[in-house]
Design a protein around this ligand. Structure first.
Ligand code: GDP
Ligand code: ADP
Length: 207
């Protein structure tokens, strides 16, 4: 008998503006074998964002209903808006043996850690806080007030990086992608070795 390998849940987290979205997009372009969960949010769509592609855009009432109906694996309020991960997509993909990546903020990542301790937690870190601010300003999607709020949150989020399995510096997008791919591959090898070990043990038991 052999054990069926489930997919990995990869949680990529880190402060706003560090480059989570950019790195995930680059991983997709490379064709890295990961499925991307689409979050629900009460934030208004930015220009060019499409419902069901970038986010599922919800009203506060609809979001509250999702929480009450247990439809979210985790959720968090972040700079005045709610964000959450629909649970069904994650569970079904993992059961089917597919790896899933969540690109979420730090509070949500801590909730996933309580529910899915076996997930792989990767903290994406900026080279320094000056560069982080530079990236948020450069993106041009936030007002001055919101930039300051996001920087305040970022500083407290940086203190939580010790809760993660890995810290990946996003100095250059392609290098960050290489590091993430290597971490996922190493985790698969580790799980493969464990499966092999337990399959042999079980075989010995049965003889
Ligand atoms: N907890 C949680 N955070 C999320 C989720 N989806 C997105 N986020 C995070 O919410 C924060 C704000 O997202 P957004 O408004 O799209 O801004 P941006 O990611 O900084 O461009 C980011 O740190 C996202 O990673 C989710 O489903 N759950
Ligand atoms: N390694 C990098 N070097 C320079 N700029 C980057 C890097 N990664 C991302 N950026 C830029 O930083 C800004 C924020 O990136 P984004 O992916 O939106 O961050 P997040 O999803 O973490 O909020 C974008 O303008 C993006 O082009």
């Amino acid at each position: 008998m052999s054990f069926k390998e489930k997919g990995l849940l990869v949680v990529l987290s880190g402060p706003s503006g560090v480059g989570k979205g950019t790195v995930c997009k680059a991983l997709r372009t490379r064709g890295t074998r990961l499925k991307y969960s689409i979050s629900a949010t009460t934030r208004k769509p930015r220009e060019g964002e499409v419902n069901g592609v970038h986010y599922f855009f919800k009203t506060r009432e609809q979001f509250q209903q999702m929480i009450e109906q247990g439809k979210l694996l985790e959720w968090a309020e972040y700079v005045g808006n709610c964000y959450g991960t629909p649970v069904d997509y994650v569970r079904e993909s993992i059961e089917a043996g597919d790896d899933v990546i969540l690109e979420i903020e730090v509070q949500g990542a801590l909730q996933v850690k309580r529910k899915f301790p076996e997930a792989l937690f990767i903290f994406l870190a900026p080279p320094d806080l000056e560069e982080l601010k530079h990236r948020i300003v450069g993106r041009g999607t936030e007002s001055a007030d919101l930039i300051e709020s996001r920087m305040m949150v970022a500083k407290s989020e940086m203190e939580l990086m010790q809760n993660y399995n890995y810290v990946v510096e996003n100095d250059q997008v392609e290098k960050a992608c290489d590091r993430i791919e290597a971490i996922v591959l190493a985790e698969h090898c580790r799980v493969d070795r464990l499966i092999e070990k337990y399959t042999v043990m079980k075989g010995n038991d049965e003889t």
